[in-house]
Design a protein around this ligand. Sequence first.
Ligand SMILES: [Zn+2]
Length: 453
Amino acid sequence: MKQTRIILLLALLIPFTGKLAAQSPAQATFVKAGRLLDPRTGNVLSPAAVLIEGGKIKEVGSPAQVQGHGPTGVKVIDLGHATLLPGLIDGHTHLLLDVIVPPEAEIARHSNGIFAPSQLLAIAESPTKRVLLGAQLAREDLESGFTTVRNLGHSGVDGDAALRDAINAGRIPGPRILASGRKIMALGSYVQNLNPALAEAILQQEFLPIDSPDRARQAVRQNVFYNVDVIKVTVGGDISVPELTAVVEEAHRQHLKVAVHAIDTPSIQTAIDAGADSIEHGDQVTDEQLKQMHDKGIFFDLTPTFAGSFFMKMNELSIVMSPAFRARNTEADARDQKHYADLVPRVLKSGVKFAAGSDMSWFYPGKTRGQNSVATIVNLRDAGMSPLDVIRAITTNAAEMLGWQDRIGRIEPGKFADLVAVAGDPIADITELERIRFVMKDGQVVRNDLASP
Ligand SMILES: [Zn+2]
């Protein structure tokens, strides 16, 4: 399976390389900037230069060191006083979902007060329409500095894999995508009250339900058939350790990592006992569980989506709220804020490996998907995470969580030339990440607002 994948990848790369060569005859690029931050060490190189050849980083050093090492005709990009960083990585996103907040009456009268049907509406839409939505959101993520994302479900049968392949083939702009295909889960979670005549077809399009270890292994293989990069499982107290262990064993046999959505304490324990590679959300993790995760090398993937009064702000921009609804949202925001302010220091203190993801699936009026996703991750600062650790969570640490530490996450020779730059110092002001001025992926400039006219 792996071999087939490599051959397919090569087949995709051949026309792609040809296209790039036609666009930019000067393969080598020399990027200069006032500063370069290495998130792993926290060291700053100033001034800094990066030599890029064939889409990869060839050399990093001071401009005096690196200059003159490239071939003749090297293209120079001078970013002035800006700070260079590795391209950002969103460890958890949903590029084929763009949920619009439903009116209050819709939630109260049709959904028993639960905000679930929006997801149902999205997944009942045409897969063709959704993959084109994904194309837009992928471009918006890239423009905001995300050069790699891990897409963890809600993409139809093969929507995220098709989007990944279209980006890799140079058909549309977007980040590198690790696609998970369909979410593996127990029947009964997420969507209810479907029309029985259509329920099976709708569920089949979005999920791979399991009820035994055999079915669990089969679900992994079904996703492998669609050439996924990672396996996503949702555990809500409804999947047993043997079932999840079967998923992990089969995925690892196929060289795929397993990301497990787990919120409550028993589900987190199931994920730990089954040997998951990362635990997504992890809201109700205990200190003892953090220790077990640390000892087993399981990643904690923080998703601070609702910190920073996100839900209230989005509601305010989307719908009319009654005073009672507003009060409930204010309470929920305060709870989320307090929860994250408690969780983040505990995660950091435990020494567990951590990364971060936006878990973004919402339409936020006035912001692109990329802007919305970066702002979400920056919320970690208010929960007590240092700016350097926030940057690590979406560069070096995230690369390791994805198992791609050999190709992305740092600016060093041999890695893909995925770079971003901000005008100021992101350690002094982490919100600089919300104002990415320069994006390069694969050695190709995606945006450059720093270029002198
Ligand atoms: Zn998610």
